[in-house]
Design a protein around this ligand. Structure first.
Ligand code: F6R
Length: 365
């Protein structure tokens, strides 16, 4: 039921605080220092022995793999490889004996992801799944895994399923980190940051009316760039994917500094950039990228941390997100790009819940 909402996508965007609450329920240790998962079917000892992870998925779920890679490598210091499921299934990737294989699939029915899972199992690896559909083919065939528990997602463009995949990925990073060299108190701080996510997402959603107004001014463009760094590079990819699939505007995501190696040729007054510029170690670097865009008359929509001031004249529009822990920043930063693509698509009169040429689950190769 859509209730008071115009589209399922809108409803699913706004129900994310509750959805994320559900995805976390019962998944913290009693002492509050790590995550716990009921259905991994692998002992903590086996998990402790893993020295490499491989994550495979398609589309939006592949972006969730990239964020998870960043968090596991950053906090647990274990190497992670991410592959498109459609490539993994054919490229005969070498895996070694201490590799743990994961797929991420909202529907649990995506044929390429299922084929990647089967290939890993054929090779004798334990293959786990992050999945939102109890009883789905992937849920049945995986050796174990973690359900997202966010309820059915009806809108073709993934929203709450994506943010809950990021949350589960962040919880895996905590679990692995605490088995290695993350201290008890850092674990508690990280877990508390995860518990704060629903409230932070609620705050990010308060920007909706402001983002709707921005969407009215940007709905007529034909091309857009999405730029971000570190864990927000995958969110730039996600923002670009969301925009193209529901509004049919051509969009691309890049790591912000990569722009000068080619995409900068696209910048003009006709090609706006959405750029993540949160407070933190990369802030000044991102400001330099913004200056390069402005010098070429590119319109800029900047997504910044509440309370930060950008140098005058750098951004045409500013959207704020609440300050938060690094592990949850990708989740919080996703909200404004979901809203922006949703409102732009509405402004263009697009069929948001059923975009052309797309199906909710892709069961053909
Ligand atoms: C985009 C989108 C798709 C899916 C992809 C994988 O908004 O929803 O890119 O993420 O088709 O689907 P699942 O997660 O069901 O395997």
């Amino acid at each position: 039921e859509r209730g008071a909402y115009t589209h399922f996508m809108e409803k699913e965007i706004f129900e994310q605080p509750t959805a994320l609450e559900n995805a976390m329920r019962g998944r913290f240790s009693e002492d509050g220092s790590t995550a716990i998962f009921g259905g991994l079917n692998i002992t903590p000892g086996e998990f402790r022995g893993v020295d490499r992870f491989v994550f495979c998925a398609c589309g939006t779920a592949w972006h969730a793999c990239l964020v998870t890679e960043h968090l596991i490598e950053r906090f647990a210091r274990v190497p992670v490889e991410v592959d498109y499921a459609s490539e993994f299934r054919y490229r005969n990737a070498p895996l070694d004996s201490h590799t743990l294989f994961f797929v991420i699939s909202q529907s649990g029915e995506t044929i390429d992801t299922l084929a990647a899972l089967r290939e890993a199992k054929r090779k004798g690896y334990k293959a786990l799944a992050i999945n939102n559909a109890v009883g789905s083919t992937i849920a049945r065939e995986a050796d174990g895994g973690i359900f997202q528990h966010v309820g059915p997602e009806i809108g073709v463009a993934s929203t709450k399923a994506f943010t809950s995949q990021l949350l589960v990925g962040a919880m895996i990073a905590l679990y692995v980190a605490r088995m290695r060299d993350m201290s008890f108190s850092d674990g508690v701080q990280y877990a508390n940051a995860l518990k704060a996510v629903p409230g932070l997402v609620r705050r990010a959603l308060e920007q909706a009316p402001h983002i709707k107004a921005i969407a009215r001014r940007f709905a007529h463009y034909h091309d857009m760039l999405f730029l971000g760094r570190l864990s927000l590079f995958p969110i730039a990819l996600e923002g670009a994917l969301k925009l193209k699939e529901i509004s049919y505007i051509h969009a691309e995501g890049y790591p912000a500094a990569e722009m000068k190696h080619g995409p900068i040729a696209l910048i003009s007054e006709k090609c706006p950039s959405v750029i993540f510029a949160p407070a933190g170690e990369m802030h000044q670097k991102v400001i330099s990228s913004m200056q390069e865009i402005k010098a070429r008359k590119g319109p800029v929509i900047a997504i910044v941390t509440e309370g930060t001031e950008l140098p005058a004249g750098l951004a045409d529009e500013t959207i704020t997100i609440p300050d938060c822990h690094e592990a949850v920043l990708p989740i919080v930063a996703t909200i404004p790009v979901q809203l922006l693509s949703y409102y732009i698509a509405c402004e263009r009169g697009c069929d948001v819940d059923k975009p052309r040429n797309l199906a909710k689950s892709v069961t053909v190769e």
